[in-house]
Design a protein around this ligand. Structure first.
Ligand SMILES: Nc1ncnc2c1ncn2[C@@H]1O[C@H](COP(=O)(O)OP(=O)(O)OP(=O)(O)O)[C@@H](O)[C@H]1O
Ligand SMILES: O=P(O)(O)OC[C@H]1O[C@](O)(CO)[C@@H](O)[C@@H]1O
Ligand SMILES: [Mg+2]
Length: 343
């Protein structure tokens, strides 16, 4: 019987538990696989910290946010106990034949390296940012967009009452998909994303034209957005577990500038981790369940070095190298399509 270890790595994301449930249910019933879960991402794999996972441990999981396995930004090459050779020894000791790594582009990059160094590993793409290449959507994105859209709807009623400009900051380190989709759904008057610099003059011009027709401006900004004179995304919260700047706070930079330049009273709201928490939408539950089920086929076929992906409505397989070669940013024309409605 093939024994499979599952881990969740990187930022958490609604739908992770549905993937775990889908994999265990199909893996057990169709392929006769047995499962363990590594705790806290790569840490559990490196330290051999695993718990048994069976049908009863995944019962009722598809609607639960977060991950029952825990996650982290710990790296498989970060400590002397890490690296492919040590990990292979740990897997042997635990009797684990294959690894399923559920994560974003960082997790896929680590998985690719482990695969190239001989570890039998496959992947499931996850990120609320939706910026992983060669998959049309990642689970978690739809939930994040839904939460951000509700936030816009709510900010608009209070903004309208006070005739204020409301600036909502959503996540999106390199890619503005959450801002673009929630801003479109919520009818924002300006959407600011990392891929497209906009000047403060332009942002204020949009806000004033909204005010001039008697409306309250609604601006949605992704955390990774930069003004033309900024060399990098705004960060004042130190570094994350992988030594990257923790983003967040650009809305609080923009709001006083907009207020000063336009004379419109302005408020900033940073949505933060609210958009990563709570129950996944039905779309994300379905996608996550299908991906979890499909990844057990990769294990059964020994298709190491690949991850499952969504192509249209079909679940496909792509190599880690192929997925990593294509960072899915918002294309210029997709932004321009919505930009004509700004102001
Ligand atoms: N090129 C790499 N080689 C080895 N390990 C890596 C590499 N890139 C990332 N990692 C490790 O994998 C972990 C997970 O990556 P990361 O923190 O970027 O999350 P992610 O999987 O991309 O999800 P998220 O969408 O939250 O960013 C990192 O914290 C780091 O420890
Ligand atoms: O959990 P953390 O480390 O605060 O991660 C925040 C980052 O993770 C993401 O939610 C997903 O990559 C980004 O949008 C954001 O920059
Ligand atoms: Mg990442």
């Amino acid at each position: 019987m093939t024994k499979v270890g599952i881990l969740t790595s990187g930022g958490d994301c609604p739908g992770l538990n549905a993937v775990i449930r889908g994999a265990v249910l199909k893996g057990e019933t169709v392929h006769g696989q047995e499962f363990v879960g590594f705790l806290d991402g790569w840490r559990g794999l490196v330290e051999g910290d695993a718990v048994p996972l069976d049908r009863s441990s995944v019962r009722g999981l598809s609607n639960q946010g977060g991950t029952i396995l825990g996650t982290s930004r710990f790296g498989p090459y970060q400590t002397p106990e890490g690296g492919a050779q040590n990990i292979a020894r740990t897997l042997d000791k635990l009797g684990v034949d294959a690894v399923i790594a559920i994560g974003g582009e960082g997790t896929a990059a680590a998985s690719k390296r482990l695969f190239e160094e001989g570890i039998r590993i496959v992947g499931v793409p996850k990120t609320i940012d939706n910026d992983l290449g060669r998959t049309d959507y990642c689970f978690g994105f739809d939930t994040a967009v839904e939460i951000a859209t509700v936030a816009i709807d709510r900010l608009r009623t209070t903004g309208n009452s006070h005739k204020r400009c409301m600036v909502l900051e959503v996540m999106g380190r390199h890619a503005g998909w959450i801002a673009l989709h929630s801003g479109t759904a919520g009818g924002a008057h300006a959407i600011l994303i990392p891929e497209q610099p906009e000047s403060i003059d332009q942002i204020c011009a949009w806000a004033m034209s909204v005010r001039d027709r008697g409306r309250a401006p609604m601006v949605v900004v992704a955390e990774g957005f930069t003004l033309p004179d900024m060399t990098e995304a705004h960060s004042h919260k130190g570094l994350d577990g992988f030594d990257r700047p923790r983003l967040g706070g650009i809305a609080e930079i923009l709001a006083p500038i907009i207020e000063e330049r336009t004379g419109i009273e302005t408020r900033a709201t940073v949505l933060g981790h609210i958009q990563r928490g709570g129950v996944p939408t039905a779309f994300d539950r379905v996608l996550a369940t299908r991906l979890g089920m499909a990844v057990t086929d990769l294990v059964a076929d020994e298709d190491w070095g690949h991850m499952v992906a969504l192509h249209g409505t079909r679940i496909a397989r792509v190599g880690f190298d192929e997925a990593l070669a294509h960072h899915k940013l918002v294309p210029q024309e997709r932004y321009q399509e919505m930009r004509v409605l700004f102001g």
